[in-house]
Design a protein around this ligand. Structure first.
Ligand code: URP
Ligand code: ZN
Ligand code: ZN
Length: 470
């Protein structure tokens, strides 16, 4: 088995930050120490660099049919961009809307990913509707496929939105199986009414996307999801939290002891609603849901991350070309495909805006970018940390370099970058997936199709009353 020593770097985990060496044998980390010597090992000099666990992106949409089209990054382009950005595991959403058997969706998603993914991956199973058959099928499928998370949309009435009854049934199955239930929290029915009203008044510009999805519809849906999950006794994970209203509901629930987790995404931390007011059609580049908010919502998001009331950073990667599919909404904001390209810059934007600007500690950064997601989605400790026995998914990161984000240099299959022109501090230099380089000195050296599907266990944690106390 091949051996490598990553030498002299500053190793960061969710709990520690220290200088040391990492010995890798085959796919695994086998030793961490002060000065490891092994004459058979290849030496990788990491002096002056930070050494992070590979990023885990729990929220991607690759090759996804949506809004009368399909996203522009598939499992090859999307995962190559992820690798450049320091992400070694993604969890994508297998969509079941319109499927008579849920298993069909999982099979489709396996086909999309197999032979293309260059990083490891798993799936969340989306639930649109549940009937007698699918209710029976769901727990069996979760177990068989190693899927420990269900996704329900409270928005997108015409495509994905589930009824409150389906949402509640999903929570009940979440409770039974121990799967975490992820929810897109926006009141889709109210949004549809606001959109129709805006269209009747002749409003067509991209900014109306934000104005017809106010923060209150996110706050209301977040509260509803929290209460329904609580009645069912399920674990809730609120995806892409964008605003003060939603954060406040999550904090309130957590303070009451409810098992509620929250994710936010880089654009909500650094961009704001004025981007949708750019001249002409340019605002379409910033159309995704929930929308960008006024700047005043950024501070509550950073504070909630710092206080660990929000735990993870997802990319919500969902890319559409500006001089392409975004144009479907040229004359009607409600037809602009919702989504943006974020898989590549998730890691670096959070490092730069968070750690380099002193907003979060380096250990909290690791927690948000990898460890928390690994724990919530049952990948830990195989993934999400640097520990003996863990997969050797490692990012060697230069914390000093300054660079400017641009579509000219990114690797996503889209013609624009929402962070265009933003100067960031720090950059992944080399990335290893299970002990092998996939990025070496900023060049892609991975294998197309080299990413593995990861089965995630649904093993229940020991309940408090059955824990053995010494
Ligand atoms: O606009 C977005 N976020 N597109 C992807 C689908 C979703 O809601 O996550
Ligand atoms: Zn969503
Ligand atoms: Zn999404």
């Amino acid at each position: 088995m091949s051996k490598k020593i990553i030498k002299g770097g500053w190793i960061a985990t969710a709990s520690d930050f220290f200088q040391g060496d990492i010995l890798i044998e085959g796919e695994k980390i086998v030793q961490i120490g002060g000065n490891i010597v092994d004459p058979d090992a290849e030496i990788i000099d990491a002096s002056g660099k930070y050494v992070f666990p590979g990023g885990i992106d729990p929220h991607t949409h690759l090759d996804m049919p949506f809004n009368n089209t399909v996203t522009d990054d598939d499992w090859e382009t999307g995962t190559i961009a992820a690798a450049f950005g320091g992400t070694t595991t993604i969890i994508d959403f297998a969509l079941t809307a319109g499927e008579s058997k849920l298993a069909n969706a999982v099979e489709k998603w396996h086909k999309k990913a197999e032979g293309k993914a260059v990083v490891d991956y798993g799936f969340h199973l989306m639930i649109h509707d549940l009937n007698e058959e699918t209710e029976k099928e769901l727990p069996i499928l979760l177990e068989k496929e190693g899927i420990s998370s269900i996704k329900v949309f409270m928005a997108y009435a015409k495509e994905f939105q589930a009824s409150d009854r389906t949402l509640f049934k999903a929570f009940k199955i979440g409770k039974e199986t121990d799967a975490v239930v992820m929810v897109h929290c926006e009141n889709g029915s109210v949004i549809d009414e606001l959109v129709e009203e805006a269209r009747r008044k002749g409003h067509t510009a991209p900014i109306y996307h934000a104005l017809t999805r106010p923060p209150e519809v996110e706050g209301e849906a977040t509260k509803r999801a929290i209460e329904l999950a609580h009645i069912a006794g399920a674990k809730l994970y609120v995806v892409h939290v964008t605003c003060k209203e939603a954060v406040e509901e999550i904090i309130r629930a957590r303070e009451k002891g409810y098992e509620v987790y929250g994710e936010t995404c880089p654009p909500y931390l650094v961009l704001d609603q004025t981007a949708l007011e750019k001249p002409g059609f340019e605002g379409a580049k910033y159309v995704w849901s929930p929308p960008l908010r006024p700047k005043s919502h950024q501070e509550p998001l950073w504070n909630a991350l710092k206080a660990k009331q929000l735990q993870t950073i997802g990319s919500d990667m969902c890319s559409f070309n500006y001089n392409g599919k975004k144009r479907l909404g040229l004359n009607d904001f409600s037809k602009i495909p919702n989504g943006g390209p974020f898989i590549e810059d998730r890691f670096s934007v959070l490092f730069s805006e968070g750690v380099a600007k002193g907003r979060i500690s380096i250990t909290d950064f690791v927690d948000m970018i990898a460890t928390s997601a690994a724990k919530i989605f049952n990948l830990y400790p195989q993934k999400g940390t640097i520990a003996v026995g863990s997969d050797a998914d490692i990012v060697i990161f230069d914390p000093t370099v300054k660079r400017t984000i641009s579509a000219e240099t990114h690797h996503m299959n889209v013609d624009y970058n929402p962070f265009e022109g933003m100067e960031v501090t720090g950059e992944p230099v080399s990335v290893l997936l299970r002990g092998e380089f996939i990025i070496k000195d900023k060049e892609f050296v991975g294998k197309i199709g080299g990413g593995k599907y990861i089965h995630r266990s649904l093993a229940k944690e020991p309940k408090k009353e059955t824990q053995i106390i010494n």
